[in-house]
Design a protein around this ligand. Structure first.
Ligand code: 0WD
Length: 256
């Protein structure tokens, strides 16, 4: 019997086997959770489906989080299959490449809206439909980064979107607490993923971690997964509205 035995949850944001959401999914399954996965589009389905099947996924659904109709359809399927939901993992973000390369002041109106919509508003849009299914309470975790709190060179519009995401997380936590639904954010240190390939000087960020972080290394997918299990399981039953750093301690050091 694992920590997640008997719990059913949905995971947004697996793109491949390097994705943070994949690390989270593996640890959740190891602890006995039943899982539903979503993928963004046909191209990603080819990669996500075999991964999801290897963890005995009960549902594998297409969902672009910028489309309300797809969100509705996704949770309608969850309701049909399970009748309820215990947890949700939101591990989705997107910004135009040029908005991560150009100086921040050059961010376009459309680029700003796009990053905010997919990386921040989507947590609200998903929670709106997921919460009514969390009939026995629940736990929601979203993925954030230090660039929400401090200026990280090259993170630009994504830092602003992550600040909005963290704030949205707190407002959702405050609203949903009386239904025993907890909402937290996990702030991961830099990990080499598809999304990270859009961030300039990513190599420098990893080197900085190795020099300055108290543990002198970067975090692994497994470590982010294990901490997510804590936030999604009853181990953290008294924790909500929190940004939990899983970054080898980097955020407490003043070396920038
Ligand atoms: O260093 C890192 N990799 C960190 C990532 C440090 C701290 C936080 N994070 C965050 C990211 O900002 C994101 O919120 O973790 C989350 C997951 O990111 P990831 O695992 O680093 O990246 P990736 O494997 O690319 O997964 C993100 C996925 C997308 O991948 P692509 O590369 O295809 O854009 O988010 C999904 C998509 O699968 N995604 C969407 N899903 C549904 N609807 C959408 C969308 N509109 N857009 C992107």
């Amino acid at each position: 019997m694992g920590l997640m035995a008997g719990k059913r949850g949905i995971i947004f944001g697996v793109a491949n086997d390097k994705s943070i959401a994949w690390g989270v999914a593996r640890m959740l399954r190891e602890q006995g959770a039943s899982l539903a996965f979503t993928y963004l589009n046909d191209a990603l389905e080819k990669r996500v489906r075999p991964l999801a099947e290897s963890l005995d996924a009960e549902l594998i659904l297409r969902c672009d989080v910028s489309d309300d109709a797809q969100i509705e359809a996704t949770f309608a399927e969850i309701e049909k299959r399970w009748g309820k939901l215990d947890f949700m993992v939101h591990s989705v973000a997107f910004a135009n490449r040029e908005d991560l390369k150009n100086p921040f002041s050059q961010t376009s109106r459309d680029g700003f809206s796009l990053a905010m919509d997919i990386s921040a508003y989507s947590l609200v849009a998903l929670t709106k439909v997921a919460a009514p299914l969390m009939k026995d309470g629940g736990s929601i975790v979203t993925m954030t980064y230090l660039g929400a709190q401090r200026v990280v060179h090259g993170y630009n519009v994504m830092g602003v979107a992550k600040a909005a995401l963290e704030s949205s997380m707190r407002y959702l936590a405050a609203e949903l607490g009386d239904q025993n639904i907890r909402v937290n954010a996990l702030s991961a240190g830099p990990i080499r993923t598809l999304a990270a390939s859009g961030i300039s000087n990513f190599k420098d960020k990893v080197r900085l971690m190795e020099n300055a972080a108290p543990l002198h290394r970067t975090v692994t997918l497994e470590e982010v997964g294990k901490s997510s299990v804590y936030l999604l399981s009853d181990l953290s039953s008294g924790v909500t509205g929190e940004v939990h750093y899983v970054d080898c301690g980097f955020s407490v050091v003043a070396s920038g």
